[in-house]
Ligand binder design. Sequence first.
Ligand SMILES: *Cc1c(COP(=O)(O)O)cnc(C)c1O
Length: 371
Amino acid sequence: MKIETVAVHAGHAIDPATGAVSAPIHLSTTFERDVEGGYPHGFMYTRNNNPNRQALEEGISALEGGAAGAAFGSGTAATMAIFQALEPGDHVLAHLDAYYGTSRLLCEIFLRWGLEADFIDMSDLAAVKKSLRKKTKLAWMETPSNPLLKIVDIAAVTQILHDVGVLCVCDNTWAPVLQRPFDLGADLILHSTTKYFGGHCDVAGGIVVSRTENEFFQRVRTIQYSGGAIPSPFDCWLILRGMRTLPWRMRAHSENAMKVACFLAQHQQVEHVHYPGLPSHPGHEIAGKQMSMFGGMLSFDVAGGREAAMNVAAKTKIFIRATSLGGVESLIEHRASIEGKGTTSPESLLRLSIGLENADDLIEDLDQALG
Ligand SMILES: *Cc1c(COP(=O)(O)O)cnc(C)c1O
């Protein structure tokens, strides 16, 4: 089956009790045992498992072509579970331009717990090779990255790392459907389902999907139900509903973003546009190989630095000044001031999450804001 069909049907079945086409939401926290003490439907207590969570995990792992998934209350909780599944003393290779919340987790929590980490530019394969140590256990890729849209060659990095037995994680939050990390060699995929899967800025969630059932994924599962950072049944239901339209939304986000990027690239007030769909982007060729379209995220540098950038964000009428991404509404954000001290984001940079409005309206809005 093609991905649009999988997105509509995976994790969905007609409700046998009522014939309902849309799945019911199972709020019950506990499930009845049979007289022998067993659990005839396979559910015991909602932290361990719940019908809506199981449907979501089956749905997203089918979409990614994985063997199993473990859903969490946020993308960050899912990230936590992956690092917690490692041992003290293990070494992690992380992308320099990774989501700042991921870098912060490593630095503020897991270094204290005995993990070791190096932050490198994973688009530089020589740097990847040079940073390997005996204790390197896991590599964290994110592509396109945040906020500079750097492209990591997933197939090339996983090939280097598999030769030395390193587990490869790909944070695929920015390019679901468009990019298939398991086909490129990744072992685990992380999604913040708060973004494109939910798709409407109204639910938080995260998931770890594993290419195979293995010991490491079993540890992630154990952390999920014994750690308890689980999503609610309603949140699972919303995210699975979002998935049904995901392939078509990703297509429209990408088409709109390409038009906006082309407009910005020729604007006098814009110094630089970071969008992998532009031939001038350093990762354009690799992105063209590993992505079917270039996604809905882009960033650009405004001539005149911080003040000029803040002014543009202040003047937009359709773009909403807010963090996050992946919703139907377009968002504009000054990353440096959101990330605060220690940010690697340039002061002149604005990040756009391109929504599903008409691209002409978005372009007109940016044109008037740029003045
Ligand atoms: C938002 C985001 C996360 C974190 O997810 P939350 O749901 O906010 O906890 C992780 N990685 C990327 C790339 C993100 O954009």
